[in-house]
Write a protein that binds this ligand. Structure first.
Ligand code: SF4
Length: 387
């Protein structure tokens, strides 16, 4: 039986924004939703678990604070039914900030000559896992740019070492696009999960955010390969990225419905000072929260983090994210000497409750808010495909 819910932090904490935020979307006048009963769409989502592209667009464009509060209440109930009051913690290890790619929004893109580059040794990674294990973490997320130095055999060896050292833990990789055989080799070595955000499901919008060497079809192929290989797969997108419209977001939601991932990570776009998007406003925390609520109703069994990016634009983002339907947090296990260099966007939160050194405080805060923090891998309730 679900325990009583805490006050709806998503609505009771006004967001003290630390960066300028894009308040809303690039709206086309003919796409506004005035006069439409949007609550009807929320109810439809709750029962049918999907909406048409037009309905999604209308819901996103016409959202109001009151509608958001009612959506969050439904989203919390759906989350509690699937997972109870558990909030799962994952230890994030930012392995390397070298990247061969040049995504236009990214602070560690290869053409940013001002980035201080680093890559961790396997021994350093294992030491992070040991530290995280002692703090009660049972999932390690190895994240990095697409660094050619970390060739397939190096990653296989690293995954094997972690698997040997921590047989009871989940190993999650977030290391970009690879051929099918490489994904298969990582899986055989002991990797359980893979995170690969699609970022935007609209081809034209994808082309605005990425160099021509990158392809949205390739990204989607990777995601479906990962699913077929038996990974628990995570995907997701940025909210408020330059040029994004409600229609684009509707396509993101439709794509996620089709993929049916085990994990979904979304966060507001935040500009980086050494990219072409340096003067663009950040995405809205409120819209990100609204979409977390929508995702929870659409895919109630997915694991959904309250992301660092959300917490970076809104000091209460972590608790507001949970109150909107999220159920995962990712404390940072990266050694302090590297953490500041994994500089994806301006003002990325790396200290305070984001850091593993404060995990006891984080647990206390969660428990005081009525959540449980199990000492467990926290596997997804979405069924894994057979390889
Ligand atoms: S978003 Fe990822 S793939 Fe793109 S440049 Fe940044 S680290 Fe590399």
């Amino acid at each position: 039986m679900p325990t009583p819910q805490p006050a709806d932090a998503a609505s009771t904490f006004p967001p003290p924004a630390v960066v300028e935020q894009r308040d809303g979307l690039d709206r086309a006048p003919h796409e506004t939703a005035r006069g439409v009963d949007l609550w009807r769409f929320v109810k439809k989502l709750q029962t049918g678990r999907t909406l048409s592209e037009d309905e999604w667009t209308a819901l996103i464009e016409g959202r109001t604070p009151d509608l958001a509060d009612r959506l969050f209440a439904q989203a919390r109930a759906a989350r509690d039914e699937a997972y109870g009051r558990a909030v799962y913690l994952r230890g994030l290890i930012e392995l390397t900030n070298f990247c061969k790619n040049d995504c236009l929004y990214c602070g560690i893109r290869k053409s940013n000559r001002q980035a201080r580059r680093y890559r961790m040794s396997v021994d350093e990674v294992l030491a992070c896992c040991t530290q995280g294990y002692a703090q009660g973490l049972r999932t390690f997320v190895l994240q990095g740019g697409e660094d050619p130095w970390f060739a397939q055999d190096k990653i296989v060896a690293m995954v094997r070492s972690i698997r040997r050292q921590h047989p009871d833990c989940a190993i999650t990789l977030s290391l970009g696009e690879w051929p099918h055989d490489a994904y298969a080799a990582f899986r055989a070595a002991g990797a359980d999960r893979f995170l690969l955000r699609h970022e935007t499901a609209d081809d034209g919008h994808y082309a605005m955010l990425h160099p021509t060497s990158m392809s949205p079809d390739r990204r989607k192929t990777c995601l479906f390969d990962l699913r077929r290989l038996g990974y628990q797969v995570g995907s997701g997108f940025m909210v408020g990225s330059p040029g994004q419209t409600a229609r684009h977001l509707a396509r993101d939601l439709a794509f996620l419905k089709e993929l049916n991932p085990h994990m979904i990570g979304i966060g507001p776009f935040v500009p980086h000072r050494h990219t072409a998007f340096r003067d663009e406003p950040a995405g809205s925390a409120d819209l990100t929260l609204f979409l977390i609520g929508c995702l929870r109703l659409m895919l109630p069994r997915a694991l959904i983090p309250a992301t660092t990016a959300l917490n970076s634009v809104d000091a209460q983002g972590r608790m507001r994210g949970l109150a909107a339907g999220a159920n995962v947090l990712m404390p940072n296990l990266t050694p302090p000497q590297y953490r500041g260099s994994y500089d994806l966007y301006n003002g990325k939160a790396t200290s305070g409750l984001e850091g593993v050194e404060n995990i006891a405080r984080l647990r206390r805060q969660l428990e005081e808010a009525g959540y449980q923090v199990p000492l467990a891998r926290g596997d997804s309730a979405v069924a894994v495909e057979r390889a």
